[in-house]
Ligand binder design. Structure first.
Ligand SMILES: O=C(O)[C@@H](CO)OP(=O)(O)O
Ligand SMILES: [Mn+2]
Ligand SMILES: [Mn+2]
Length: 547
């Protein structure tokens, strides 16, 4: 029997466990600490490998860059390593392309009499949504290009960098602004800000109220007033000891008369300097969409020249003006499957919905073939996720199980968000529960895949929950002044698991000798399991028929 015959007809079911990497197994490894009978069992039952999900293996600039959902899902779906995020913008910066196109219009607009240039984005060197170097370069070029009034609206991270460091980023930014403006009559200031999870950086329309807070802070200048960004941070930390940077409230910087120092006005130029789209698109829409906009009540919105760092949504062409053009990823795995006429299902809760559709499909939102593809978006809870660590793992799997029972689908993919979203809270106990809920859900799904004689593939897009503590350079856990662990809220650079368990009777074995096996090998692996031709430029499959 050929591979294709063995595979013909039976469903292949992929589960992406978001943020569940392979850790050291120590007491800060929530995956190891969790009771995971399903994952332990799958490991015995089928092919198990540990593969790369970070750094240059997913198209980032260096191997010290942790993975993230965007690049992880892009890479999985593309079957190749595509230059990504910071790397893509870095390339445009290196070859100077970034200063040639829309940037010229931006500075021309900002040089009109009385106009201002607003730079809005995440103050971080996590290189997930934004890059500190890019912000500095924008400032330097704005100076060289004669922008006299400039306002920075800075969001605090605490998610991709060590938590409770926002004051350092603010100090560094104030120092940079002082250095660039010293001895000139440039009028450059920090004008507003807030923690990214409560200000501006909502995603997948989970909570437009977050964007509204940002709109009040950055655009209207009506958020909670403070004399400076540093004063805002200090005050909010006094009010809520231990508060995470991501949750610091939205604020507006005001002058001695209580007037906002930099609201956005007609005729200004606005740049969002985040390069990643999922959490930049909503504010973008608030700026560029006309009367049809329904996210929240914008009041009288200013007429500005708006530019994003890059394209945030390929299908809606948002934003229409951007500093750097994005990668166009063609021939992604679901396009290949759609061309073969096979039916596909994608299911995820809202927090990761775009990951399983837009990012998976090489930055396009719509199905390739609406007749054969079904997308399911399960609304996420609107809470801090450590309060509901099971998230929607059960509901997500319910949809996949139902589709398997119904029959007719050949490739069914889903994302279980808990390991990542709860891992980001830095709450170890809740993260253990999140991983257990993921395991439980996969257990239920595995039984249904078995009943259907299908093939189950389980992997993760990057690490997070398997390493929950900040570490020093030697890898030793760091503690606070009282000796308590410094909980880590960020992703990791760890390897991720890959399980392949086929209940159809076809045996598979690991392909030896694949160079640096990683997420980029998943697409060929899936096509091989499906018995479909692998495009020539894909990285190779990690499994082959045994015997
Ligand atoms: O929450 C997010 O935006 C990122 C971390 O910045 O996580 P993920 O890449 O898993 O979506
Ligand atoms: Mn993720
Ligand atoms: Mn994450």
């Amino acid at each position: 029997m050929t591979n294709a015959e063995a595979a013909s007809g039976r469903p292949v079911v992929l589960v992406v466990m978001d943020g569940v990497g392979v850790g050291t197994g120590d007491e800060y490894d929530a995956v190891h600490t969790a009771r995971t009978p399903t994952l332990d069992g799958l490991r015995e039952e089928g092919v198990y490998r540990e593969i790369f999900g970070s750094g240059t293996h997913v198209g980032l600039s260096s191997d010290s860059d942790m993975g993230n959902s965007e690049v992880g899902h892009n890479t999985m779906g593309a079957g190749r390593i595509i230059p990504q995020g910071a790397k893509r913008v870095d390339d445009a910066v290196t070859n100077g392309e970034i200063w040639e196109g829309a940037w010229r219009d931006v500075v021309a607009q900002a040089s009109q009499d009385g106009a201002q240039l607003h730079l809005i984005g995440l103050l971080s060197d996590g290189n997930v949504h934004s890059s500190w170097e890019h912000l500095v370069l924008l400032l330097e070029h704005a100076k060289a290009d004669g922008v006299s009034r400039l306002r920075v609206h800075g969001l605090f991270d605490g998610r991709d960098v060590e938590d409770r460091t926002a004051h350092r980023y603010v100090a560094d930014l104030e120092a940079k602004l002082a250095e660039l403006t010293e001895g000139t009559d440039l009028d450059w200031r920090i004008a507003s800000g807030g923690g990214r999870m409560v200000t501006t950086m909502d995603r997948y329309e989970a909570n437009w109220g977050v964007v509204e807070q940002g709109w009040k802070a950055h655009v209207q200048g009506t958020a909670r007033p403070f004399g400076s960004a540093d004063e805002a941070i200090t005050t909010m930390r006094e009010e809520t000891p231990g508060i995470s940077d991501q949750l610091l409230g939205a604020f507006t910087v005001v002058d001695g008369d209580g007037e906002a120092v930099g609201p956005v006005r007609d005729g200004d130029a606005v740049v969002i300097f985040n390069f990643r789209g999922d959490r930049a698109i909503e504010l973008t829409r608030a700026f560029v969409e006309g009367d049809g906009f329904t996210g929240f009540d914008r009041g009288d919105w200013p007429d500005v020249l708006f530019a994003g760092m890059t394209l945030y949504d390929g299908d809606t062409n948002m934003p229409p003006v951007r500093l750097v053009q994005p990668p166009l990823i063609e021939d992604t795995v679901s396009e290949v499957i759609a061309r073969a006429g096979l039916r596909q299902l994608a299911a995820s809760e809202t927090q990761k919905y775009g990951h399983m559709t837009y990012f998976w499909n090489g930055n396009r939102s719509d199905p390739f073939d609406p007749a054969t593809e079904t997308y399911i978006d399960i609304p996420s809870d609107q809470v801090e996720f450590d309060q509901r660590p099971w998230m929607k793992s059960a509901e997500t799997v319910d949809y996949v199980i139902e589709a398997l029972q119904e029959g007719g689908y050949t490739f069914l993919r889903s994302n279980l968000a808990g390991g990542d979203m709860v891992g980001h809270t830095g709450n170890f106990e809740s993260t253990v529960i999140a991983v257990e809920a993921v395991d439980l859900a996969i257990g239920r799904l595995a039984r249904q895949v078995k009943a259907a004689g299908g093939c189950l593939v389980v992997t993760a897009d990057h690490g997070n929950s398997e390493d929950m503590v900040e570490r020093d350079k030697s890898g030793a856990p760091r503690t606070d002044d009282d000796g308590r662990p410094l909980w880590k809220t960020a992703h990791s650079t760890n390897l991720v698991p890959l399980h392949v368990v086929d209940y159809s009777g076809q045996d598979w074995r690991a392909v030896e000798g694949v160079e640096a096996p990683g997420l980029s090998n998943l697409a060929a692996t899936l096509l091989t399991l499906l018995g479909l031709q692998v495009p020539d430029d894909y990285r190779p499959s990690l499994v082959e028929p045994a015997g």
